[in-house]
Ligand binder design. Sequence first.
Ligand code: EPU
Length: 302
Amino acid sequence: MRISDKPVAKRLEALGVEIRPGVSLEELTSLGIGGTTDQLLIRRYDTLPQVMRALKNEGIPHKFLGGGTNVLVADGELPWVVLHLPTSQPGMRVEGTAAYVDAAADLGGTVTFCAKRDLGGMEGLIGVPGTVGGALRMNAGAYGMQIGSYVREVKLYRAAERKIEILRHDQISFEYRHTSFAPDDMMLAVKLELPSKPFKEILQGIRICNEKRRSSQPLGQKSAGCIFKNPPGKSAGRMIDELGLKGLNVGDARISDRHANFFVNAGTASAKDMLTLIGDVRERVHKAFDVELEHEVVVWNV
Ligand code: EPU
């Protein structure tokens, strides 16, 4: 969707929005897959309610993108604009055992920032790529922990109320890779309450998690992490592996040789290739194990 040449573009720019016309989502996602659209950088998030009203009045559909590390975007000209909080110099500060972090901050950078101030708990998240906002929305987790356990407050643009609100942790439900946030809520900032731990001890935990991740996941390749959620008590990766599907491909969309729940873009895979591969694997797992795998990756179909 192109809005850069429409009258609304001027109004959005006056609200502090920078419009980047015709951006390829290949460049904005870790999978390196996706079509083109206008990208809107929200420079002042206090103007979000007005920005959203302007988009609604013009009938311009939108989606929020964080780090783009857990999303599979459709090919071609996309029918919605993409809203983005700029990632340069997001705020991060610590007061006692509380950390106040902007949603645009890098998740790994946040774990390290807190560790240096003797605040731990999030060691498992160190290698999870993406932003704090994305991690909140999905309740990112690894190695027995999840970010939701440490959330005290979330500042967000609440789409249903069309205003910026602060939610307390008891007003949000955090489940396995799922939260009660609405799809069109936009995460803005979070207050985390973290356990005090000496930096050295946290660093040791971080090293162990990094090592585990390096030895089991295809870190240097273009992927969106795990494609499927683990069904209760089961491992999607193990089931796909047991079926001998590592290396299976549709075009350049390929099941990693290292971890069978990571589907990588080995070159110039399209969303169609990746979705065909995902559909094929779901069918095979269903036939063999009578299990319906659910997407862990967020799919932006058109
Ligand atoms: N396994 C295989 N073959 C494979 C992959 C895994 O046999 O190809 C076996 C492993 O040997 C192990 C079991 O399956 O016994 C579980 O594997 P692993 O420890 O790698 O964890 P996982 O359940 O596949 C989950 C998360 C990861 C997270 C890791 C570490 C999901 C869907 N995945 O993976 O998160 O990094 O645990 O805690 O919950 C993600 O969210 O994108 C993600 C990658």
